[in-house]
Every structure is written in structure tokens, then in C-alpha cells.
Design a protein around this ligand. Sequence first.
Ligand code: FRU
Length: 492
Amino acid sequence: MNGVLASEKLIKAREYENRKQKEIPQGQKPAFHVSAPIGWINDPNGFSLYKGEYHLFYQYHPYSTNWGPMHWGHSKTDDFIKWDQLPAAIAPDEEYDQQGCFSGSAVEHEGRHILMYTGVQDKVLEDGTKVSRQTQCIAAGDGYNYEKLSCNPVIQSWQLPEGSSAVDFRDPKIWKEGEVFYAVVGSRHEDNSGQIALFSSKDLKEWEFVSILERCNNQYGLMWECPDFFLLDGKYVLLTSPQEMRSEGLEFHNGNGTMYLIGNYDREQQDFSREGVGSIDYGLDFYAPQTVLTEDGRRVMIGWMQSWDNHMVPQGFEWSGMMTIPRELTIKNGRLCQNPVREIENYYQNPVTYKDIIADKPLELKGIRGRELDMTIDVEAGYYGCFRINLAHSEKYSTSICYDLSKNTLTFDRNYSGLKRDVIYQRSMYVKNQDGKIRIRILMDKYSVEVFVNDGEQAMTSIIHTPIESDRIVFGGEGNVKFHVTKNDVVV
Ligand code: FRU
């Protein structure tokens, strides 16, 4: 352990994952997405650049395919497509994190890799009542082994303004500006709604409360989880994942959603003022995204490709949970846009292009099929009813993406995608009205479908359980739909 003493819990987790990972059948895992080594993963954590490599951690319970006492799992990459699995980084082995090492982030400092996370502890008060406490903690390491600071926890809920909850205070996102560290932390106000607290520190050990950056005021869900805050294309962007949201037309959906707020940040007043708000992703499975700034200045976001309410594990799988493809963020016309990292093109094989195809009846195109691919379809402007793509298709199964021109909606439907439970299977979003013209980019990696519309103006991410042999792709439409398509296999 390079001088760092691993706790029994961490040694046990590392031994277990090492042994059990080898039992997963070859080819069952996604090819170019991070997935659970074994057991369960949720939120991406600690997405950071350390000594020239990108590290990604995640909420991790190695011992079952369900959520349990949270460890941090660990992977790294130098191009966001090909990932190396590393041993679990931290385990819930201290009094202050005995109930779990919850979500957090990471930063490089003086050659060390600094992890900041939420420690969860159940406490019994003097009157016998049991309460759960969330505090912010730090571990430092070398990219492989990590040691928790002896001064943990470094931020406690009493540092929040009056009227803030001690129970919901989590998911610090740390960054460094000059000599000062900042962290935004999700918190809950006593009116039950979310707020984002900003803290600063000069030495990582002593932290001061700076301001409440933004408040939900019971407008968008309740507790705001997993905040991130950064400068992008001249604006400030706040990402958060609100719990218990309510549908607002097709913009937000019920349950755990995701939201971006774009605006300005007044440094003097430490105040953020929002100009625009929107869904980060409109699919069935997307939550808790986090970003990293790359060496060449790109802001890259990764999310958990799963929904809390729709969790399902295919029969016989001993792992559960995947991350999205890392996505480059930009702001276009006041909207947060996202496109898969450009590095994916280095893994393209077997390109196939068709031009001027008319889809007035179901149609398959030679060379266009598969479950690990990146495909872009350009539909031309025109008068037609709808345009449909059926993926992971066979006699028995089909996953459909349908653009309805009269309503200007794109609908994803996984009713026939191998689900064995009666869960939500369909979601729609409004897209820009361009007289029928639409660009749809689809990334598939075995059990996931990520859809990017009009050069990343909107994204729609969902998982499917369709047996892998169902790999046909069928195009179709009502009316005279003309389109062009290019498909590349992604081979890692
Ligand atoms: C979000 C979340 C976080 C928390 C973590 C626990 O999905 O609820 O707020 O830190 O998951 O695993």
C-alpha cells in the first residue's frame, strides 16, 4: 500500500472485486463506457485530471447489485474511451463515514490527488433519538491509494446558515482558483427545498462558508444533489440533480431529474443570478452528472446512466450501473449543448454511408446494424408525418426513436427492449422546429442508447435490456422522408 495503511474494509473490498470480476462472462460489459466492476455503482465522483490522466471514481457497493454501504470505485483513462479498472479507493471505515462515503469530487494539489466526499454517520442523541449526519471529508493519495485526513470532517452542517438541514448536506464539488480552494455543496433549507452552499479554504483543512449560491425555493424539486459550478463560454453554469421533481410539460419529469442553470456570477457579492434553466438530459436513465476541465480546455461531463426509480438488473448479471459517454459541453443560444468526446472517432471502424434514402416503408440498409456504434442520421426538410428508427431490432424485440413532425417531438420507446418489469418505458421531448429537418446522432454500447439531437442541443439517454443478438436497425416513416446516414462501429 505504498506506506498508506488500508483498512480491513478496503482490503476486503479489493480482494472481493478482484476475485469476482474474473467471473463476469467475457463480452457482457459495455465496450467503451465505464461500468460497475462488480456489484452496484451510482453517481460519478472525483472526475479529475491527475498527473496527466483522467480519473473517475463512483459510488460503489461491490457486494450486491443493489445500493449498500458506499465505497468509491475507481477507473482511469487518457482518452475517455478506453478505461483501466483500478482497485476500490476508499471504504466506509471511519466513525464519521461509517454509514457510507457518499458522492464527491477531486482535485490535484502539490502532486497529491485530493478526494473530497461526504461522510455519513448515524448518531444517537442524548434523548435517545437516532439521527443521520452528513459532513464533508478529505482523503489524499497517489492515484491508487488514499488516506483520509486525521482532521476529518472538514466541513460540518453547523457552518451553514440558520435554517439549513444537517441531514441533507452532501456531494461537495471542489476546484482551485489560484491559491484558494472552493467547493459547492448540496444542502436543504428548512422549507424542504434545495440550496447550493459555497465554501472556501486556503489549506483544505479549514473551510469557511461563503454564500448560498442558489436556492430552489420549492420550484424545482426538493433536495438539490450533486452540484457542479463552472465557467463555460463566458457564462457560469450550475448543474444539479433535484430529488422529487414534478413534470413540467416535457421539460422535466417526475422523480429524480437533472437541471442546468446558466447565468452570471458576481464575485464581489458571491452571488449567482440565473438567466436560463433546462433539463440536462431528456432520457429515461441519466442522473448526477459531474464535469472535468481537460488539459486542452474542454469542459467534459459524465453522468450515471441509470434512474433511481427504474433500477433493473438483467437476469444473471452480477454488475449493475454504467456511466454515459463523456460529453463536451458548450453553450449555444442560451442552451447547454453536449456532444460525445471527439476521441471516440479514433475508434471508428467499418464506416458505411448512404445518401438520399427515401423511407416511405420499413427499410434495412446493408452494413447498418450492431450494438456498439455511432450513427448520424440527417433528415431533410419536407412534408411528412413521422420518421422512425428501430434499434436492437429482431422478430421479438425493438427499441424505437420516433420524430413526429406535426408535434415536433422526439420519442424514445423501450417497451419491447427486454424489460421484465412494468417500469416507465417511454419519454418524449420537444425539438426545434426546422420544417422536418433534424440531425439525430445515436451511440449504442450493448445495453445503452444515447441520442444527441441537432449537434448536441438536446440529449436523451436510456438503457435497454434487449438480448445482444437483436442487432438489426430499421428505418421507416409516414410520408416522403428523405435522409442520409453514416454509421461507424466503435471498436475498442
Ligand atoms: C445521488 C446521491 C447523492 C449521494 C449518493 C449516495 O444519486 O443520492 O446525493 O451522495 O447518491 O450514493
